[in-house]
Write a protein that binds this ligand. Structure first.
Ligand SMILES: [Zn+2]
Length: 188
């Protein structure tokens, strides 16, 4: 199914919806068409350019409970696929406070790590390992969470997303995509 990127009135990326839904938003004057797919949708009484990017007419506040699903793909995207200890290409997920020592599986306690650092740290606490984090990890917010949740990205969405190369490689999102859709009260 074709999908369209929905931007808030402020041009902030909000979510991805089926193009048909984006088209309804435009027809109801709830959104303006910014970019089309090049295809034309034909109905009995009218034809309409199929939307690829639309912008909401009115600002929508994104609810606080719009969490990004914590999964391997999202963690790698947040950390730029780099080991958060040494900067090398990341291959593993490391729990900063090891699970064996009561560490939680939360955004603040997981980082992408290379095989070497992951093996070196093992089940040590950070302060006992002699290793340092490049920056404290946190849950993705705002534009960043939208990017992580988007899944596959179409080329004409990129200018609105401020994309870095690695984000484009994210496959179609699973749980996080549905969470992104939940965050957007478009059903009214
Ligand atoms: Zn490393």
């Amino acid at each position: 199914m074709s999908r369209a990127l929905v931007l808030n009135a402020t041009y902030e990326p909000l979510c991805v919806v089926p193009t048909r839904r984006a088209m309804v938003l435009v027809l109801q004057s709830k959104a303006e068409l910014l970019s089309g797919t090049g295809r034309v949708y034909h109905a009995s009484r009218f034809s309409f350019p199929e939307p690829s990017v639309v912008r909401l007419a009115h600002f929508v506040r994104v609810p606080h409970q719009a969490h990004v699903a914590l999964n391997r793909r999202a963690i790698f995207a947040r950390d730029g696929h780099r080991c958060q200890y040494c900067g090398a290409q990341a291959e593993n997920i490391d729990h900063i406070v090891p699970r064996s020592k009561g560490g939680q599986h939360t955004w603040e306690n997981v980082v992408a790590a290379c095989k070497r650092c992951n093996a070196r740290k093992r089940d040590h606490l950070l302060e006992d390992s002699g290793m340092r984090l490049r920056r404290p990890p946190s849950a993705p917010k705002g534009r960043q969470w939208a990017l992580v949740a988007l899944g596959a990205v179409l080329p004409d969405w990129e200018p609105y997303l401020g994309l870095r190369g690695h984000v484009v490689q994210i496959g179609t999102a699973d749980g996080s995509l549905s969470l992104a859709a939940q965050a957007t009260p478009l059903s009214a």
